[in-house]
Design a binder for this molecule. Structure first.
Ligand SMILES: Cc1cc2nc3c(=O)[nH]c(=O)nc-3n(C[C@H](O)[C@H](O)[C@H](O)COP(=O)(O)O)c2cc1C
Length: 439
């Protein structure tokens, strides 16, 4: 059997699956129940000066029969007294010494940071996570995502924590920023041991069009919240990749965002995460999903001959780079399996109205067919087709040698300037060399 044990910057856990800081880690009762079910670690619901939370708190986005494709929340940090949480952390560690218990923290002044770090360490936590990601409520007070958005502040606060911390410190980043590498580099400059990402994406999930109030509503008013769940996985994957590839970040990563099953977790690991954290999927389906996650990961690792999770970390990174490095000579076209087609016309309409007019319809049978010379291989028809494996993409031989945008030469049939492309055509629109930047 493969070994699932992981070590994130010195924080050890029996497997790479941690609960993210959120309602499922609100109490010792929940964390112990989760560990019993098989979870390897838990990041405690963010501790600080307890807040008063509102009612209601969550909004959901459903798509057809899939409930909670995205979840939006306007909840703040813990509303339970710090003392109660500390007692429960101690209790959990007594029962589960080999599981990872990480204290998520959010306070303001240097004295508060120093005090709370000591408090949670005394309670026996294995690591600390700094919540620099919450995009509602706390950021209006200069905390949460406001810290990720200001690299100098992030570096300073991280340094304050590192001055006193004895256990490894993870900086949790907000995705509400243009370039995630900026706060990640600031975490490195502040001497953090690891980063985790992503926290929630600032959002409004919808508006009650009868009463003119966005969801969730609190006594007739609302506020922006943080979006999470399957809908944000693509954002999380890309940001993890950005950090994992950046030589100036160079920190272990705990990947978060839309993870529901072992496959999602493997994707995060292949893009550079040492372990993963899960919130929405547990709020939706409960702690029991861990059983399938563990057995699925074990089976995948056995099939691929991986002995340890660490062997998989970042394996997809060499295969993702800038667009300019993609092979422009590579071509796929769509192929339709007539016997599977249900005649819904969705591929025809999508290609005709929204793509390249590369699908025709047989007048009698209404079965679509590919007009190969028009097909650019965009995938759209295969994505809209409701029948599994009815439309697939096949590679065709273009007879052209591999060439990338970056490496193209004069011999390649690829325009290098507007002039090349437009020469001899609508010449009067063609800027002459240097025109564009003339002073
Ligand atoms: C209701 C709710 C409360 C949350 N509270 C916290 C929190 O206290 N601290 C924190 O760092 N993240 C908090 N999060 C964010 C999650 O830890 C996680 O980063 C985010 O939900 C993305 O993961 P997911 O797609 O698996 O839910 C919260 C998320 C939800 C849905």
């Amino acid at each position: 059997m493969p070994d699932l044990k992981t070590n994130l910057a010195g924080i050890k856990s029996p497997n790479p699956f941690w609960l993210a800081s959120a309602p499922p880690t609100n109490s010792g009762y929940q964390v112990m129940k989760a560990f019993d079910a098989g979870w390897g670690g838990a990041v405690w619901k963010t501790l600080g000066i307890p807040v008063v939370n509102v009612s209601s708190r969550y909004g959901g986005v459903n798509y057809k029969d899939k409930r909670l494709v995205g979840l939006n929340n306007i909840e703040l940090i813990t509303d339970r007294p710090l003392k109660d949480n500390l007692i429960e952390i101690e209790e959990v560690k007594k029962h589960f010494p080999d599981h990872a218990v990480v204290a998520s923290l959010m306070v303001q002044s240097k004295a508060e940071w120093h005090q709370i770090v000591k408090d949670v360490e005394n309670a026996g936590c294995d690591g600390i996570e700094l919540n620099f990601g919450c995009p509602h409520g706390m950021c209006e007070r200069g905390m949460g995502s406001a810290v990720s958005q200001n690299p100098d502040v992030l570096e300073t606060l991280t340094n304050w924590v590192m001055e006193v911390a004895k256990v490894p410190v993870i900086v949790k980043l907000s995705p509400n920023i243009t370039d995630i590498r900026v706060p990640a580099r600031a975490a490195k400059a502040g001497n953090a041991d690891a980063i985790s990402l992503i926290n929630t994406v600032q959002s409004l999930v919808g508006v009650d069009i009868d009463n003119f109030v966005p969801y969730p509503t609190v006594d007739g008013k609302s506020t922006n919240g943080g979006y999470c769940g399957p809908a944000i996985k693509p954002i999380g994957l890309n940001m993890v990749k950005e950090c994992a590839q950046d030589e100036l970040v160079n920190l272990p990563i705990s990947g978060i965002g839309g993870i529901e099953n072992w496959r999602d977790a493997v994707e995060y690991i292949l893009l550079g995460s040492t372990n993963v954290q899960v919130c929405t999927a547990v709020m939706h389906y409960g702690f029991g999903i861990i059983r399938e996650m563990i057995s699925g990961l074990e089976q995948y690792m056995a099939d691929k001959n991986f002995n340890r999770v660490q062997e998989m970390v970042g394996l997809a990174l060499p295969n993702v780079s800038n667009w300019e490095n993609l092979n422009l000579s590579y071509k796929v076209i769509a192929e339709i399996k007539d016997e599977k087609c249900i005649g819904c016309d969705l591929c025809y309409v999508a290609c005709d109205n929204g793509a390249h007019q590369a699908i025709g319809l047989n007048k009698e049978t209404r079965i679509p067919y590919i007009i190969e010379e028009n097909c650019v291989g965009c995938n759209l028809c295969s994505l809209v087709c409701p029948v599994e494996q009815c439309i697939t993409m096949k590679q065709i031989d273009t007879g052209k040698a591999e060439v990338t945008w970056r490496e193209r030469t004069d011999k390649d049939d690829i325009p290098k300037t507007f002039n090349d492309e437009l020469a001899g055509g609508i010449g009067h629109f063609v800027p002459k060399p240097g025109d564009a930047f003339k002073k």
